[in-house]
Every structure is written in C-alpha cells, then in structure tokens.
Write a protein that binds this ligand. Structure first.
Ligand code: DQA
Length: 144
C-alpha cells in the first residue's frame, strides 16, 4: 500500500527548533526512519513538508489521484487554524492519523483545539519523534 506523511509549518526546523519541546531529531531523520519502517512491512511511504497551507491542501488533493491509502499528518500550527486542510482531508476521504511531537493538551490552551481530530482515525501526541512511529505502526496494522 501507499502511505503519505505530511508535515506542516516550521517542522523543517526540527532539530534546532525548541529542542526541549520538539526533540533533536531532524525531519530528515524522522522521514528516513518512517520510510524504512514502512518498507520493512512491504509498503511504500513518501513524505512532504510545507510552510504553506495551500501547498498542503494541494498535496492532500493530489493524494487521491495517486491512490494513497493512508495519511499521517502533523499539521503543526494549522491544526489549530485550518478549515481548508480539514475540508481537503474530508474531501479525499483517505483515512488519516493526526500526529504531534508534543503533548498539545499540556501546553497553551489554544493548542487544545484541533480542526482535524474528529475526522481522524486517531491522534498520537506527546511522544516526540516516536509519535510518528506509533502512528505508522497503527496504520500498518490496519493494512495487514
Ligand atoms: C505540533 C504542535 C502544534 O501546536 C505546533 O504549532 C507545532 C507542532 C507538534 O508536533 O507538537 O508546530 O504539531
């Protein structure tokens, strides 16, 4: 099957961005581990990061044409603001898991609301880079 990992704004800075909150792994480290985790299970994984809402919306729309079976998405700040990203995910109707490195419920109150969570199959947050691995594990289980 085909899986797509989407990373929202500022996640390109992982490794140097508030490492006490987000850890020291870079996005390239995370993507490389996810790719081999998916390949080991016999599946294909691609990833995409953008700081731009429209680029993420376009990538979600494109996912349907490409036959993507599962999406893992860390929408970053767009979690709390983006009706457009929510609508795109609803439109393509591809099952997705919402991922956050930090425990968004233990931070500022504005991070507690997500425009995506109620459409997600599930949400994983608070485990640092491991949040992505746990989410991928859940998706892979549902594929086999
Ligand atoms: C984040 C949490 C968001 O609130 C924040 O805006 C981010 C990263 C996380 O992975 O913990 O950029 O999605």
């Amino acid at each position: 099957a085909k899986l797509l990992v989407l990373h929202g704004p500022n996640l390109n800075l992982l490794g140097s961005r508030e490492p006490e909150v987000y850890g020291r792994d870079t996005l390239a480290d995370i993507d490389a581990r996810l790719t081999s985790q998916a390949q080991a299970a016999g599946h294909q994984l691609s990833s995409f990061q953008s700081n731009a809402e429209h680029a993420l919306v376009d990538r979600v729309q494109q996912a349907r044409a490409e036959g993507i079976d599962w999406i893992l998405i860390n929408p970053a700040a767009f979690t709390h603001t983006s009706i457009a990203l929510r609508d795109a995910l609803a439109a393509v109707a591809i099952p997705f898991i919402e991922v956050h490195l930090s425990n968004v419920h233990a931070r500022e109150p504005f991070r507690r609301h997500s425009y995506l969570s109620d459409l997600a199959v599930g949400v994983v947050c608070g485990f640092g880079a491991e949040s992505y691995a746990l989410a991928l594990d859940a998706a892979l289980h549902r594929l086999t």
